[in-house]
Design a protein around this ligand. Structure first.
Ligand SMILES: [Zn+2]
Length: 168
């Protein structure tokens, strides 16, 4: 933090001598999926709301987490462990749950599928990455509403490209 502050030309010298303000972060509860035992990744409630194919009356005020385990049917669970939502309750198929399925999207905002990336040449892989990056730059993505993981797909797309590139 101190380095970032000092390297900021707009921050005066005095700023650096001030103690960093204590960040008010909510206390995270146990974040492990009851079904598979793996650690979940926090997601915004609006991601859960956008993804559910059921009455949103079921969504409670509280923290939800995303389970990435491919073999686990649970996609979202509440931090208090009382609620789980499974893949069949969602409006969208989840890449992490079906990483081999051709027609499942990896990039949900600009609609690139597993099959498309699998079949693409190295040059086409570059075009796909350029397309995604251009969309992000233009502010056209909506990962929190489109992608079940609630965050940018780029890491997944890069990982998949690398996987197919090394597979030859
Ligand atoms: Zn799980």
């Amino acid at each position: 933090m101190l380095d970032a502050c000092c390297s900021n030309p707009l921050a005066g010298a005095e700023t650096c001598e001030l103690p960093a303000p204590a960040l008010q972060r909510p206390v995270r509860q146990a974040a492990f999926c009851d079904s598979c035992g793996e650690k979940g990744k926090p997601v915004q409630t609006q991601t859960v709301k956008a993804m559910l194919a059921m009455s949103l009356r079921a969504v409670e005020d509280g923290e939800y987490l995303f389970c990435r385990t491919p073999t686990c049917p649970v996609v979202y669970f509440s931090a208090d462990g009382k609620q789980t939502f499974t893949a069949d309750q969602l409006r969208e198929r989840v890449y992490q749950k079906e990483p081999q399925a051709e027609e499942v999207l990896v990039c949900y905002c600009f609609r690139h599928t597993v099959g498309e990336i699998r079949a693409a040449s190295p040059e086409e892989h570059r075009f796909i990455l350029e397309d995604i990056n251009a969309g992000i730059q233009a502010g056209q993505c909506a990962c929190d509403l489109r992608n079940p993981q609630g965050s940018c797909c780029l890491g997944n797309v890069r990982g998949l490209i690398k996987q197919y590139a090394t597979a030859g």
